[in-house]
Design a protein around this ligand. Structure first.
Ligand SMILES: NC(=O)C1=CN([C@@H]2O[C@H](COP(=O)(O)OP(=O)(O)OC[C@H]3O[C@@H](n4cnc5c(N)ncnc54)[C@H](OP(=O)(O)O)[C@@H]3O)[C@@H](O)[C@H]2O)C=CC1
Ligand SMILES: O=C(O)[C@@H]1CCC=N1
Length: 270
């Protein structure tokens, strides 16, 4: 499978890192970016071919992954439009609706809109996906294979649900990193070294996440099992409840979903 990426930034790098040499040879992955440093890094790291602008290699690809920022998408679609034929177009942009993309690509119907996340880099990503009616069975299987090569996939029947997916799993790794940062800071303030704090906090996230993923019990039950009556966890969770941490997280995630919807309105016009 020949795959071209338009945009070789953070998320494209994570996907390429997960894909190269697994689903397809690095030589079958081509990256177009206006940024020379980004291209050099991707070439050196993964052995992919690169170009500064959309070229014949993009035109002859089976799949074109649109991995630029939402505000860059319309301009990129205009540059891509003359090179579009039978390729499957797979967008990873937050907000940008498949129908707007199709319009910018002169009615191209083979479009899958996705929302991946950066753990794709280590094969632990999860991607929400939705397809336009013009996507063939073989094309949706190809889109699924690409994203499953870097983790799990969840197909959605309603495109409106991709903003909530963005709020949960697209942006989600940042919330986890934020929580780990806070735990590291607390560890240091209580006298542990930076290295010890980092190791303890990160290993706790890995262990607890894997336990939650493997357990057949509700996550609330797992939480209760840590929380001895009158003990330390109870003290911590009572403090979090008093600070409204859960409500703050829910509010924050709804802001992310709303921002996704706004991006679609703002950059999907015309
Ligand atoms: N980062 C993440 O965790 C996730 C991101 N996404 C989505 O992925 C997309 C990319 O995000 P991210 O990787 O973080 O962004 P980046 O800014 O890291 O990557 C975008 C890249 O595209 C380049 N670019 C800009 N214009 C063009 C053009 N005309 N042709 C080719 N390349 C161009 C940018 O160059 P320059 O920097 O010079 O503008 C940049 O290198 C976004 O739409 C985002 O919503 C989805 C899921 C998760
Ligand atoms: O922050 C963003 O807009 C992108 C989409 C999901 C993760 N990063």
């Amino acid at each position: 499978m020949k795959i071209s990426f338009i945009g070789g930034g953070n998320m494209a790098s994570a996907l390429i890192g997960g894909l190269a040499g697994k689903l397809t040879d690095a030589g079958n992955i081509h990256v177009v970016d206006i940024n020379a440093d980004a291209l050099q890094r991707l070439h050196d790291q993964f052995g992919v071919t690169t170009a500064f602008e959309i070229d014949a290699a993009v035109a002859s690809s089976d799949v074109i992954v649109l991995a630029v920022k939402p505000q860059q998408m319309k301009e990129v679609a205009a540059q891509l439009q003359p090179h579009i034929g039978k390729q499957l177009v797979l967008s990873i942009a937050a907000g940008i609706r498949a129908a707007d993309l199709s319009r910018w690509l002169n009615g191209h119907a083979a479009i899958v809109r996705t929302m991946p996340n950066t753990p794709a880099l280590i094969g632990k990503g999860i991607t929400g996906m939705v397809k336009l009616a013009g996507v063939s069975e073989a094309q949706s299987a190809a889109a699924d294979a690409i994203m499953r090569a870097v983790g799990a996939t969840v197909w959605l029947s309603d495109e409106a649900l991709i903003d909530p997916v963005t709020a949960v799993s697209g942006s989600g790794p940042a919330y986890v990193f934020y929580f780990i940062e806070a735990m590291q800071q607390a560890a240091q303030e209580m006298g542990l070294s930076a290295e010890q704090g980092s190791e303890l906090a990160t290993a706790t996230f890995v262990g607890a996440s894997q336990l939650a993923a493997q357990s057949h019990e509700p996550v609330a039950t797992l939480r209760e099992r840590v929380t001895s009556k009158g003990g330390t966890t109870y003290a911590a969770l009572t403090s979090m409840e008093a600070s409204g941490v859960k409500e703050a997280i829910i509010r924050a995630m709804k802001s992310a979903a709303e921002r996704g919807r706004q991006l679609g309105e703002e950059f999907g016009k015309d």
